[in-house]
Design a protein around this ligand. Structure first.
Ligand SMILES: C[S@@+](CC[C@H](N)C(=O)[O-])C[C@H]1O[C@@H](n2cnc3c(N)ncnc32)[C@H](O)[C@@H]1O
Length: 193
């Protein structure tokens, strides 16, 4: 895991953060605008610059945990959210993290992990969620030409992965992706079984 930590910290230190869209993903903001449990305990793993967290704060969410493995990313976050009592920031590995949440937000974290860890992602997300907890967010529905990360995938692969541990409420082409990702993302809403 040290290898992963170094890999990601190098990316951050060298400003190789091409994944960062610069603002919260509209599909995620749209979902949380309509969601009414503002006191939900929310985890954003592999949060990077955590633009979604700023949007959630503006919407009135009060219990948001940001988790990233890269020291440099976490330093930025501590600076960015220093006055926010509604945000907890943890430098750590998602796969080692122990806590209980109502919602895990997925925004380009799943695609960042090696594909042979995907089953571990599903198990760990399951373990981190309370009863009826949910994963909400976006998964890529495309393959990438270059060697990942990001690593792509498709609906049938994700169905196969998630369906034993999660009820798949929504897994469909995202209608409000940002333009460069249009048609290449699935919006997912998965409830822990
Ligand atoms: C592709 S970036 C996405 C960042 C952010 N979600 C975004 O969309 O801008 C993946 C992030 O996951 C973090 N990361 C990678 N492996 C991790 C792990 N095992 N636990 C926690 N964070 C991890 C990296 O440091 C990086 O910030």
């Amino acid at each position: 895991m040290l290898q992963q930590e170094d890999f990601w910290d190098n990316k951050w230190s060298n400003n190789q953060t091409g994944w960062d869209i610069g603002y919260a993903s509209p599909a995620i903001v749209d979902y949380f605008e309509k969601y009414d449990q503002k006191d939900a305990k929310i985890l954003i793993p592999g949060c990077g610059n955590a633009h979604e967290a700023l949007a959630l704060l503006a919407l009135g969410y009060r219990n948001i945990t940001l988790l990233d493995i890269a020291t440099t990313a976490v330093e930025h976050l501590k600076n960015k959210f220093q006055n926010s009592e509604n945000i907890s920031i943890i430098k750590g590995d998602f796969f080692q993290h122990q806590e209980q949440y109502d919602i895990i937000i997925e925004q380009t974290f799943f695609c960042a992990i090696p594909t042979n860890w995907r089953e571990n992602y599903v198990t760990q997300a399951y373990n981190l969620l309370r009863e009826n907890g949910k994963i909400v967010g976006l998964l890529f529905n495309t393959e990438f030409e270059k060697q990942g990360p990001p690593f792509g995938g498709n609906t049938s692969e994700y169905m196969e992965l998630f369906q034993n541990k999660f009820d798949v409420n929504i897994m469909e082409t995202c209608y409000n992706s940002i333009a460069p990702r249009s048609g290449k993302e699935l919006f997912v809403n998965l409830t822990k079984k």
